[in-house]
Design a protein around this ligand. Structure first.
Ligand SMILES: [Zn+2]
Length: 455
């Protein structure tokens, strides 16, 4: 564990008001936290959209919406978030006709709290390129992938992207986060760098570009605070949606999920990445998806010098944990997902008896595995993840506070080739750190400057 040494205490932290000394007799001090799996822009865009979570009736919703769209032009797409009809008097979805009455020419989309369903008015429907099966044009209901990809169907302006980053950045720094491994598209990468050039970017951004943009990746050049890591690849879906690809497990509904790539495709990607110096992050949740990555990595050098990783690694079997350890694959996992692992919870509903064998952090560490912790934004907050992993429902998942902190600090540093920076900090050099007061963040320091101080 890091101790703040004499150099640090003597200098004090540099604040905007000059130098100031702090001492923390009853608090814990750690290197700043890394969240190893984030979607920062989505968080920021969501924060800048109209939020509907507190709404109690349709009438209230329409009133809020009318005020919100007043100053918008018909060019702007209006997205409102987090409605939940179960909290309303009417207990029914809003309709396309109702939204048409709010506006005929301004495009409006209301995204439900689950993130899998949305309602659009005719102006919005007419702007969505044709060819999506998940759109019902007569009811205006959008489902699944089309809802998830709204930010790509209606790309936000550069200005909006920049605002989104700054909004999300503030929230993450308050949570003690100083660096993120962020999943993104090339436009986002450029927006981060434009803020860096203006001195507004505080977080360190380690960027994984979605595989759909493989052609553009060569154009992206790392800078000091925005480093290109490599490519994010989807091998399967999620347990909640019954789309994680299963082999030994199966869904209560009898399905086995959906594998999105073959072993040969994984092999090709590995070859391409090793040749060009990219790190790969494979989203793989089910044991079939995990096995396909492991098998596809047969010819990867045994030290795994590019530090290729598997994101989530939720339903790994014993033999797969051993194989991943032996292949030195970085396992990028989310302790906050344990919220679905409680008896009677989402994972038991989906998987039945076998559900307990998920997210086995303790088993993986016992085998000598390399884990880094992140959140996938559900929700953000290392202290929340820490709470989940130290009070996990099953012994194979449960780790202690010290181990969990390590996975949020050293884990993230190693996964992004930044272990040297951490060593410099330990020797008293400039760096990022976080002061934790019981269960909340007291101070976040980035590059020796206080960026958050709890009031
Ligand atoms: Zn994700």
């Amino acid at each position: 564990m890091l101790k703040i040494n004499d150099t640090w205490m003597k200098d004090g932290f540099i604040t905007s008001k000059g130098k100031k000394k702090f001492s923390f007799p009853d608090k814990e001090i750690y290197p700043g936290f890394t969240d190893s799996h984030t979607h920062l822009i989505q968080l920021g865009l969501k924060k800048s959209n109209l939020g509907l979570s507190g709404v109690k009736s349709k009438k209230e919703l329409f009133k809020k919406l009318s005020i919100w769209i007043k100053n918008k032009s018909s060019k702007d797409i209006v997205i409102a978030e987090d409605w939940d009809e179960s909290n309303w008097i009417e207990k029914e979805f809003p309709t396309k006709e109702e939204l048409n009455r709010i506006s005929r020419n301004k495009p409006i989309i209301l995204r439900r709290v689950c993130g899998h369903i949305a309602i659009a008015n005719d102006a919005a429907l007419s702007r969505i390129p044709r060819g999506w099966e998940q759109i019902n044009y007569s009811t205006g209901i959008l489902k699944e992938v089309v809802v998830l990809k709204l930010n790509e169907i209606f790309p936000p302006s550069n200005q909006k992207l920049r605002e989104a980053i700054l909004l999300a950045q503030d929230e993450l720094i308050e949570l003690g986060i100083v660096s993120v491994h962020d999943m993104m598209i090339p436009d986002y990468f450029r927006a981060y760098q434009s803020l860096e050039r203006e001195g507004k970017l505080k977080l360190f951004i380690y960027a994984f570009i979605t595989e759909d943009y493989l052609d553009e990746i060569k154009e992206l050049i790392s800078s000091k605070k925005v480093k290109l890591a490599g490519i994010k690849i989807f091998m399967d879906g999620s347990i909640g949606a019954r789309t994680a690809a299963l082999q030994d497990y199966s869904y209560n509904s009898n399905g086995k999920g959906l594998l999105l790539k073959s072993k040969e495709q994984v092999q090709k990607l590995i070859e391409f990445a090793n040749k060009n110096g990219y790190q790969l992050a494979f989203h793989a949740i089910g044991d079939l998806a995990i096995q396909t990555v492991l098998s596809g990595m047969e010819k990867n050098p045994k030290e795994n010098p590019r530090r290729h990783r598997i994101e989530h690694f939720e339903l790994a079997r014993d033999d797969q944990i051993k194989e991943a350890v032996q292949k030195r694959i970085i396992l990028s996992m989310q302790p906050n997902f344990l919220k679905w692992s409680k008896p009677g919870g989402l994972y038991e509903q989906a998987l039945g008896r076998n559900y307990k064998r998920n997210n086995r952090f303790a088993s993986i560490l016992d085998e000598g595995g390399i884990i880094t912790f992140g959140s996938d934004g559900m929700p953000y907050g290392p202290l929340n993840g820490l709470e989940h992993s130290t009070s996990a429902p099953f012994p194979s998942q449960k780790i202690d506070r010290k181990q969990a902190i390590k996975l949020y600090t050293e884990g993230g540093a190693f996964a992004s080739f930044r272990e040297k920076e951490l060593r410099r900090l330990e020797k008293g050099g400039k760096g990022d750190l976080v002061v934790v007061d019981k269960d909340s963040i007291y101070i976040t320091v980035i590059n020796n400057k206080i960026e958050y101080l709890r009031s």
